[in-house]
Design a protein around this ligand. Structure first.
Ligand SMILES: CC(C)(COP(=O)(O)OP(=O)(O)OC[C@H]1O[C@@H](n2cnc3c(N)ncnc32)[C@H](O)[C@@H]1OP(=O)(O)O)[C@@H](O)C(=O)NCCC(=O)NCCS
Length: 263
């Protein structure tokens, strides 16, 4: 039999995780509670809810990122299909930006398997050195450090660390991420501060959640942000200007100037 434990629908009732959607959930729960009920099969406690809210807010927007640009340029070509533009913006949530949260949570969960939260700083530094060495051997970056813009440190990280501490989710994965940053800085002379991906990966791993959800929550949060970009794109479009920047780099191309002259 083809079935799901998430729910079922009959002619006059919609059941989600054994609750009546119309009577038990609508008007009773907020979006984060509903999302976690569907994903985890249970209601979150207050601390979990606060942390997942935090992750969604973190993911929602970061300006004209590759995902916002992809969405806006897709909308330029297909304004009748907002869903295609949102999908385009989410497709790049990979191992370099946005979706990297999953790679980072996986990396931390594997690397910190034998560590305990109360272990010494030296134990964390030793694990950090080994993690960096393993990544180098595989010619992989360490997910969660480095940033093309926030080269002096990602302003989101201290706030995410503080809220994790306040809610009891500053554990061994956070400590390992900070140890990695320290080894890069103090022992390798590389300025590679922790970025928001490192913080989100630490939070997901310290909450004991499946790393896949680190990417999942980024997709949910960023989908909301992209809708903001597309709503603005409809009212004040910039997609054509972005394309014009590329056209203008080719001195043979007079189209952008001609379009401006015609206005
Ligand atoms: C985000 C990222 C793509 C920025 O890359 P970038 O702007 O090219 O980084 P930089 O030019 O500052 O890199 C400087 C040096 O550090 C290295 N470096 C940068 N990030 C690194 C990382 N995460 N792990 C290991 N080495 C890294 C680069 O290879 C480069 O080395 P080199 O001087 O020997 O060539 C890169 O840091 C990265 O891949 N980070 C991991 C993925 C991640 O966390 N993404 C989320 C970003 S919010």
């Amino acid at each position: 039999m083809i079935s799901t434990e998430i729910g079922y629908t009959t002619i006059d009732k919609i059941t989600v995780r054994e609750k009546d959607l119309a009577k038990d959930l609508l008007g009773q729960v907020d979006f984060v509670e509903m999302m976690l009920l569907v994903i985890l099969g249970r209601m979150p406690d207050a601390r979990e809810k606060k942390m997942i809210n935090l992750l969604l807010v973190t993911a929602c927007d970061h300006g004209l990122t590759p995902s916002a640009l992809s969405a806006r340029l897709t909308y330029l070509g297909a304004p009748e299909a907002m869903q295609a533009a949102v999908a385009a913006g989410l497709l790049g949530a990979g191992s370099v930006f946005l979706g990297t949260t999953q790679n980072c949570a996986e990396l931390l969960a594997n690397a910190a398997r034998d560590l305990r939260s109360e272990d010494s700083d030296e134990a964390f530094l030793a694990c950090a050195r080994e993690t960096i060495r393993n990544a180098r051997e595989k010619k992989q970056p360490i997910y969660g450090v480095g940033h093309p813009i926030h080269v002096h440190g990602d302003p989101r990280v201290p706030t995410l660390a503080t809220i994790s501490r306040e809610n009891g989710y500053f554990g061994k994965h956070w400590r390992l991420m900070y140890a990695i940053e320290q080894v890069f800085r103090d022992e390798m002379g590389k300025n590679l501060p922790m970025n928001a991906v490192g913080a989100v990966g630490s939070i997901i791993a310290d909450m004991g959640l499946d790393p896949l959800l680190a990417r999942g929550f980024m997709l949910v949060g960023r989908a909301a942000g992209l809708i903001g970009h597309l709503y603005e794109e409809r009212q004040h479009p910039i997609g054509q200007q972005i394309w014009d920047v590329v056209l203008e780099q080719d001195s043979r191309n007079e189209i952008p100037q001609k379009r401006r002259d015609a206005k």
